[in-house]
Design a protein around this ligand. Structure first.
Ligand code: FPP
Ligand code: ZN
Length: 445
């Protein structure tokens, strides 16, 4: 019997059919359980069926994902002429997903993306959703992360950092908040995308960060999570943005961290995935937004602990008080905080059930034909593919103190070890090695 390489590089018997065929009888039962979101039952049912079938279902279908993602990127080609404002995002979601899977695109496709993003770059700085469109902070973040993910000299040097600084400054309001675009809305997404871009490009300074921390602090709600703007409801997406931005400006201690940890930890449901906010359904994309927050918190636990002690002793911190410096080694330059953060000690194991989250992602979000989705019953898309894979990477490395040099142990990775993805920098959500390459490039140019 001939053995052929499987999608993950391991060997699989050529006489074995696709799991869809092999599990014909049980697949209906499985789908029903998925719709009912009973992930633990799915897991046990799989172990009853056959170890082989179970291992196929727990496998990351790499080749199918790459096929789905690459097709998506190629299809962007003709639509470069279509008016839509999402294309830098599609570039980022797809290329970051491919990079998480340890792959890259051919040089022709890479050059097309760099050329396309150059045409989205505004003459006064920042990137719009398409050529000639008004620059916007969300697409600017997506374009910068895409170019860092590509990582070539051509990609990195295509960014006009001088004009970018002027664009970011123009988006800044006197309150400390940022606007998404000229005359646009001010929210925590804008704070994060502006700070992330400036930090990545080594142009973050005291002018850009002025009063950013007090705006984000006002967005933390009584529940503990962070809302898009003061007075709104706490949500995982904004909580990630708020915490990551606070860390990048060295002001995370202005947030009530014990309350924040509690809120996020309780967002992981019995289905094993995370919900974005209280009393809503779980969704694969929150594996990154909420899981990412808890990954960041693993390096902030002593700050949270000191806040707890202080609140027991003093009856709580007054608003605006900043009692502890976050980083043990205060970096010389604001833009280097993201770099120093990775050298901070990981102070504890995972703050969520990381194997259960991998279970939700592989069994409920993964589409065996390629791509990922929010939950059973929904369709796959590139946004969910990006954030499900990012969340999967975060959970696989959640026990690692040094992801680059000491990879996870086999029991920390659900399914075959070939499921292991590349590690990310959790503050920017770019592949860790690509971050270091970009950091070096922008520090020396
Ligand atoms: C960097 C960047 C631009 C980050 C964006 C962060 C992000 C995902 C914010 C979420 C926004 C939001 C309130 C969604 C609610 O959608 P919903 O009501 O459809 O979903 P729900 O029921 O799960 O809350
Ligand atoms: Zn989602």
């Amino acid at each position: 019997m001939a053995a052929v390489p499987s999608s993950s590089g391991s060997t699989r018997c050529s006489s074995h059919p696709h799991p869809h065929q092999e599990m014909k009888l049980t697949i209906t039962q499985l789908e029903q359980l998925k719709v009912e979101r009973k992930v633990f039952e799915i897991y046990h049912l799989l172990s009853d069926v056959s170890p082989h079938a179970k291992s196929l279902m727990m496998e990351l279908w790499r080749d199918k994902h790459i096929e789905f993602l690459t097709r998506g990127l190629r299809q962007l080609g003709p639509s470069f002429f279509v008016l839509d404002a999402n294309r830098p995002w599609l570039c980022y979601w797809i290329l970051h997903s491919i990079a998480l899977l340890g792959e890259s695109v051919d040089s022709e496709l890479e050059n097309n993306v760099v050329d396309f993003l150059s045409r989205c770059q505004d003459k006064d700085g920042g990137y719009g959703g398409g050529p000639g469109q008004m620059p916007h902070l969300a697409t600017t973040y997506a374009a910068v992360n895409t170019l860092v993910t590509l990582g070539s000299e051509r990609a990195l040097s295509s960014i006009d950092r001088g004009k970018m600084y002027k664009f970011l400054l123009k988006m800044k309001d006197s309150s400390g908040a940022f606007r998404m675009h000229d005359g646009g809305e001010m929210d925590v997404r804008a704070s994060y995308t502006a700070i992330s871009v400036a930090s990545m490009l080594n142009i973050l300074d005291s002018v850009l960060i002025r009063d950013v921390g007090s705006f984000i602090q006002r967005c933390q709600t009584y529940e503990g999570g962070i809302a898009g703007e003061p007075g709104s409801e706490a949500h995982g997406g904004y909580t990630f943005c708020g915490l990551a931005a606070m860390i990048l400006i060295n002001e995370a201690d202005k947030l009530d961290l014990p309350n924040l940890i509690d809120w996020v930890a309780f967002r992981q449901g019995v289905e094993c995935g995370f919900q974005g906010r209280t009393n809503k359904l779980v969704d694969g994309c929150y594996s990154f937004w909420q899981g990412g927050v808890l990954a960041l918190m693993q390096k902030l636990l002593s700050v949270a602990g000191k806040q707890s002690e202080a609140s027991t002793l003093c009856g709580g911190l007054g608003s605006g008080e900043s009692m502890y410096n976050m980083t043990s080694s205060t970096p010389g330059k604001l833009s280097d905080i993201g770099f120093s953060f990775m050298n901070e000690k990981t102070e504890c194991g995972p703050l969520f059930h990381s194997v259960a989250l991998q279970q939700y992602l592989l069994l409920c979000s993964q589409v065996l034909e390629g791509g990922f989705k929010d939950k059973p019953g929904k369709n796959r898309d590139h946004y969910h593919s990006c954030y499900c894979l990012s969340g999967l990477s975060v959970s696989q490395y959640s026990c690692c103190k040094d992801p680059r040099h000491n990879p996870p142990l086999p029991n920390e990775v659900l399914g075959p070890y070939s499921n292991l993805l590349e590690p990310i920098h959790p503050l920017y959500n770019v592949i860790l090695d690509k971050y270091y390459k970009g950091h070096e490039f922008f520090s020396s140019s």
